[in-house]
Design a protein around this ligand. Sequence first.
Ligand SMILES: [Zn+2]
Length: 267
Amino acid sequence: MRSIPTRLTIFPLLVFLIITGCYTVPETGRSSFTLLPESQVRGMGVSSFEEIKSSAPLITSGRNYDMIQRVGQRIAKAAGNDVPNAEWEFIYIDEDQVNAFALPGGKIAIYDGMFDVIDSEDELAFIMGHEVAHVSARHSNQRLSQAMVLAGIGVGVGYAIDDLDTSEKQLILAAYGLGTTVGISLPYSRLHESEADHIGQLYMARAGYNPEVAPGVWKKMAEVSPNGTPGWLSTHPTHEDRSEALAESLPRAKEEYQKSRYVTGDR
Ligand SMILES: [Zn+2]
């Protein structure tokens, strides 16, 4: 008796998966697997960001703050149509950890501790390019989608996270990296980190920042945390691997840099 409804439901489910399950990452052209409507993921990002803003100690003036705003706007412009419907916001959190994060919807945070490592606006531009790239590549949606599949949560149910029971909802939020206490995303996978490095380097170059500094940023990060990794870097690729990959992708980024209207003066 049960086999009939099962067979009837599998076909529409497959069609659903095929239709919704594909997103082509900008700049790299990689096909990725996403189940949730991006509008829903964006909404989750925006509301989480509001929570973080209301509890985190924020710095809202000064040289570093101004630099974050300036770099953020230029990087966002360079990302352009890669992030439709973004409402960019760049906050500066007064905590002494080498950290930064991005949430869907165009919400970026830089921690004060980051300025112990970076020495120039170009280096900040690489960090922010990397964070913006996580947004444009929809890494949060991919991570959520994987978590849902692993948890066996019905695909169709994903449209209404509010309807899930508490443990399912917690699992989703944990995968999303938005536990109630921490509010910072979990480490991304090796693939996502490398992809964000690559795309971020292109964005910074397009925004008129010198992409030659990018490989060196990871070298400095390695010096800061020789035995471990600071929070936002606690991912699989080593600093050395990332540095090498960025050196390899430098020629293309340099082409973008030479064409940048900030560099040519054609603003
Ligand atoms: Zn990252």
